[in-house]
Design a protein around this ligand. Structure first.
Ligand SMILES: Nc1ncnc2c1ncn2[C@@H]1O[C@H](COP(=O)(O)OP(=O)(O)OP(=O)(O)O)[C@@H](O)[C@H]1O
Ligand SMILES: [Mg+2]
Length: 251
C-alpha cells in the first residue's frame, strides 16, 4: 500500500490539474465582518469587525482558543454562513451581494472546503465523491472521471478509486477530501482543522501536501488549526481571540 504523500515536484507539477489563476494580487478580502447570534438569553457577538486580505498563493493559518470564532469566520468566507454586517470579496466579487443561486454557484466553482471530519459520502465510491463538485458544475461524465482519477493519482491514492471512503484510513480519507476540494480548481481552499483527527505523522503528511499545493502551485489556502508547530510553517498566522483578530504575524 502506498501511504506516502506525493509532494515531490514531478508528481505534483501537473499544470493542467492545478492550473494557476491568471488573475493576480488579492484573492480574498474580508471587510468589517461581524456576526451576532440572537437567542432568548440575549445576543452574542462572535465576530467583531474582522478585516484582512490574502494574496494569491498565500498560505495563511488561523489560530486561537476554542470558541474564538475561527470556524464561524471560515464558514462566512466560504459562504456557508452569512455575516451580520461587513463584506467578503473573493477575486473582487462581493459574494454576499449575489443571489442565493449565484452564491451556490460561486461556492462550487471558487471555493474548496476541507473539514476535520472529511465529510465524504460513504455510500458512494471515492472517485464519485471527488467528482461531485464537477457534477454540480455540469462537467461531462468522461471529462470529470478523467480529472478525478488524475487527482487521485496526484495524491497517491489511485488504487482506492472504487472503494467506499470508510474503507480508507483517516489520512487517505483526508486526501480524498483534498482531491474533491481541488476538483473545480478553486480560487481558495478553506480548511478547518484538516489535521485535527489525524495522528501526528499523518497530520504532518496532509499538512505538507497543502503546503506544497501552495508553494508549488500557488494555491491560496486558509487553514484553521490548533497546532502551533504547523501554523509556524505557513506564510502568515492570524491570531483570534474573543471574536477579534488579536495579532497577525509573518512566519
Ligand atoms: N448557531 C450558533 N448560535 C449561537 N452561538 C453560536 C452558534 N454557532 C457558534 N456559536 C458560538 O460562536 C462562538 C465561536 O464559535 P466557533 O465554532 O467559531 O469557534 P472556534 O474558534 O472554531 O472554536 P473551536 O476551536 O472549538 O473549533 C462560540 O462561542 C460558539 O458557541
Ligand atoms: Mg472550530
Amino acid at each position: 500500500m502506498n501511504d506516502s504523500i506525493h509532494t515531490d515536484t514531478k508528481s505534483i507539477n501537473d499544470e493542467e490539474l492545478l492550473e494557476n489563476d491568471s488573475e493576480s494580487t488579492t484573492t480574498l478580502h474580508v471587510q468589517g465582518v461581524s456576526k451576532v447570534y440572537k437567542s432568548p438569553a440575549g445576543t452574542t457577538e462572535v465576530l467583531k469587525d474582522i478585516n484582512f486580505s490574502i494574496g494569491r498563493g498565500e498560505f495563511v493559518s488561523v489560530v486561537g482558543p476554542s470558541g474564538s470564532g475561527k470556524s464561524t469566520l471560515l464558514n462566512i468566507i466560504g459562504a456557508l454562513d452569512r455575516p451580520s454586517s461587513g463584506k467578503v470579496y473573493i477575486r473582487n466579487i462581493d459574494i454576499f451581494s449575489l443571489s442565493n443561486h449565484d452564491i451556490a454557484l460561486m461556492r462550487n466553482n471558487l471555493i474548496g472546503f476541507i473539514f476535520q471530519s472529511y465529510n465524504l459520502i460513504n455510500r458512494t465510491s471515492v472517485i464519485k465523491n471527488i467528482e461531485i463538485p464537477a457534477i454540480i458544475a455540469g462537467v461531462e461524465r468522461k471529462e470529470r472521471a478523467k480529472r478525478a482519477l488524475r487527482l487521485l493519482r496526484l495524491l497517491g491514492i489511485e488504487e482506492k478509486a472504487n472503494l467506499k471512503p470508510n474503507n480508507l484510513s483517516g489520512g487517505q480519507q483526508q486526501r480524498v477530501a483534498i482531491a474533491r476540494a481541488l476538483m473545480n480548481s478553486p480560487a481558495i481552499i478553506l480548511a478547518d482543522e484538516p489535521t485535527g483527527n489525524l495522528d501526528t505523522k499523518t497530520g504532518k503528511d496532509v499538512f505538507n501536501l497543502l503546503k506544497s499545493l501552495s508553494a508549488r502551485m500557488r494555491k491560496t489556502i486558509v487553514m484553521v488549526t490548533h497546532n502551533n508547530d504547523l501554523a509556524k510553517e505557513t506564510d502568515r498566522t492570524i491570531f483570534m481571540k474573543d471574536g477579534r483578530i488579536e495579532d497577525e504575524k509573518r512566519n
